[in-house]
Design a protein around this ligand. Structure first.
Ligand code: MG
Length: 375
């Protein structure tokens, strides 16, 4: 563990909030942001939103809530190793998926297609929209009024066209500068978390097998090590021992390589970090192994026919909900009808994006069926 580095983000030197507020007492600015995120409605809804598997398919799979907590845990370990600000990484990690639609990537793709003529839908931008506008909790402002550093970290990527409209957090996409190291850490912690938990969930669901995964270097290396050391180990423990070694190897590699990058670039401040190349990175060899694992998951899990069936059903639900609300906004709750008066498609997208998987399914039943029927 290192003390806080000179290039770490400093809550006392934040670029601030859109609406000025008195400094918090007994906690720093980033802790306050984290606390606001945890108390938000969108955060609680993550429990019933999924990544790959639809929420009602099983209780053991990751949801966006447990995913976000895993990202925060991995991100904090890395931050502490590199002398970066843990609270900032944690706040970004917990907020990074707040804008996700129901039904994971399938839901996002469907909503984006529905919004094609109206500026599109992008979950990253939506996460920002949730914390800047949609959360309605505070008397003096809409949204959560978070610090610039947390909002910047939430916006991982965006088009130049959108960047021009986003003000302060859009600047770095226009002038090609980097976000804080804490934002870079949260971004890669996200990758480490989902690659590993998708392996675990994929095996647990039976959609992929140990034999298939044995062809993936990053996995097989650790699988062999566990098997050699514990020849009689049961399968559940074998998987867990392998996955935890993979996470550990990725985190250690990231810390080592990033430490070297930081030493070589020798930044003295966050401003130096912004002007340099991205410094948080895996080694080239680990990048190659990560890519191999990702390709495996794409080919064998994300495009598995049983996943395709869930996705197709999910996309149908989103498309039909979008169409019915566009046709008649009075079917939406008052708050969204009000928003629809200034921008109907965006209000419909906001309403749908805020739904949990099971809420979207119930809403679909309420609107399209006379009797309750299993979907
Ligand atoms: Mg994520």
């Amino acid at each position: 563990m290192k003390p806080l580095a000179s290039y770490a983000a400093d809550p006392a030197k934040t670029r601030g909030r859109k609406i000025q507020e008195p400094a918090p007492e007994g906690r720093n600015e980033f802790q306050r942001d984290r606390d606001r995120i945890i108390h938000s409605t969108a955060f609680r809804r993550l429990e019933y939103k999924t990544q790959v598997f639809v929420n009602h398919e099983g209780d053991l799979f990751r949801t966006r809530l447990t995913h976000s907590i895993e990202v925060a845990q991995i991100g904090r370990s890395i931050a502490r190793n590199l002398g970066l600000h843990e609270d900032l990484v944690e706040a970004i990690a917990l907020a990074h998926d707040l804008g996700h639609t129901p039904f994971g990537h399938a839901g996002q793709d469907a909503l984006n297609a529905c919004m094609h003529e109206f500026g599109g839908f992008e979950h990253n931008l939506q996460s920002l929209r949730v914390v800047e506008l949609l959360e309605q909790r505070y008397a003096e402002f809409d949204g959560l009024n978070l610090t610039f550093e947390v909002r910047e970290g939430i916006l991982k990527h965006c088009s130049l066209q959108n960047a021009r409209q986003l003000g302060d957090v859009g600047e770095r996409f226009l002038d090609k500068s980097q976000p804080s190291l804490e934002a870079q850490v949260a971004n890669l912690a996200d990758e480490i978390a989902y690659n590993n938990h998708d392996v675990d969930d994929g095996l647990r669901s039976g959609l992929i097998s140990l034999n298939q995964l044995a062809a993936v270097e990053l996995f097989s290396r650790h699988l062999d090590e566990v098997r050699n050391r514990y020849p009689d180990i049961g399968e559940r423990k074998l998987v867990h021992e392998t996955v935890r070694r993979m996470i550990n190897a990725l985190v250690q590699d990231l810390c080592r390589q990033s430490g070297d990058n930081i030493a070589a670039a020798n930044p003295e401040s966050v401003d130096d970090v912004r002007r340099s190349a991205p410094l948080i990175a895996f080694s080239p060899d680990m990048q190659r192994q990560q890519r191999e694992l990702k390709q495996f998951l794409r080919a064998n899990l994300y495009r598995h026919y049983r996943v395709n069936r869930m996705s197709s059903k999910a996309q149908r639900i989103i498309r039909e909900l979008f169409a019915v609300f566009m046709e008649d906004i009075t079917l939406m709750p008052d708050e969204f009808q009000l928003r629809a008066q200034s921008d109907k498609p965006r209000a419909v997208a906001d309403y749908i994006a805020g739904m949990t998987d099971r809420y979207a399914i119930r809403e679909y039943r309420r609107l399209f069926t006379v009797e309750e029927q299993p979907l």
